[in-house]
Design a protein around this ligand. Sequence first.
Ligand SMILES: Nc1nc2c(ncn2[C@@H]2O[C@H](COP(=O)(O)OP(=O)(O)OP(=O)(O)O)[C@@H](O)[C@H]2O)c(=O)[nH]1
Ligand SMILES: [Mg+2]
Length: 283
Amino acid sequence: MAGFFKKLFNAITDRADVDWDELEANLIAADLGAKLGTGITDELHDLGREISADDVVNVTRKRLSKILPDDKPALAPRADGKPTVILVVGVNGTGKTTSSAKLGMWLKDRGHSVLLAAADTFRAAAVEQLQRWGDRLDIPVVTGKPESDPSSVCFNAHQRAIEEKADFLICDTAGRIHTRHNLMEELGKIRRTIAKQDPGAPHLTLLVVDASTGTNALNQAKEFHKASPLDGLILTKLDGSGKGGIAFNIYEQLGIVPRFIGTGEEPEAFSVFEKERFVSEVL
Ligand SMILES: Nc1nc2c(ncn2[C@@H]2O[C@H](COP(=O)(O)OP(=O)(O)OP(=O)(O)O)[C@@H](O)[C@H]2O)c(=O)[nH]1
Ligand SMILES: [Mg+2]
């Protein structure tokens, strides 16, 4: 049983009266946010009878699956044969580089051709890290010189993706650049540069959030969404203390849908987000 439900069970079993405040606090602590936490508690209260652990689980699951929209169709190459450009963004350490590589492999496993761009040129180690992933997964990686302009790396990678008729180009970006303001400026520049060779690009901007960081992830989503419109989330580290509740909170507040989940450091520990499965298994 996931930690999230265990906590809920503990809050209501072995006692005659439900401590509603504690139950609500637990739901909110599971990163579901105040609105959802209160909504679930109210619904349980309105049952007007003694509630069981099953009631809590059922009401919570039902609510949660109602919140998210139905799953998005899987990524498919474009009909015109031009590359789909995916920009992977997020604060440092959330799992951008790992997720870029995993997503590359996920696409490759489905028969699509993929190119990776190492656009985190601020740290030499970041370029090497992606290069190692590329070698391991047999996916070409476009790199620039250390401290070169990340936008130019993306431009060159995009050019190559177009020339080679790659189905997907995944751009791994930096998570830390002097200040958050500079980071957002840099992302804006990358977006404008990518759009030069294809006005519709980037076609998908995915924010990587570490599920164990709770409400910080919501703040990150707000900040990035303002600077660089987000099309979806990659929710990482769900194998750790991350409860995943934050995904519902982010969707409720910003309308950003989870698209992929990361459940470990290995490339296989990655899958497409499936609502029902997520609600019943991960949370
Ligand atoms: N357990 C677990 N670890 C993960 C997952 N995703 C990434 N990691 C680990 O998290 C650490 C950071 O991952 P990176 O991919 O380097 O993160 P990043 O966002 O690129 O970091 P910066 O480039 O420094 O901003 C690495 O040790 C990864 O192996 C996951 O889903 N589960
Ligand atoms: Mg990185």
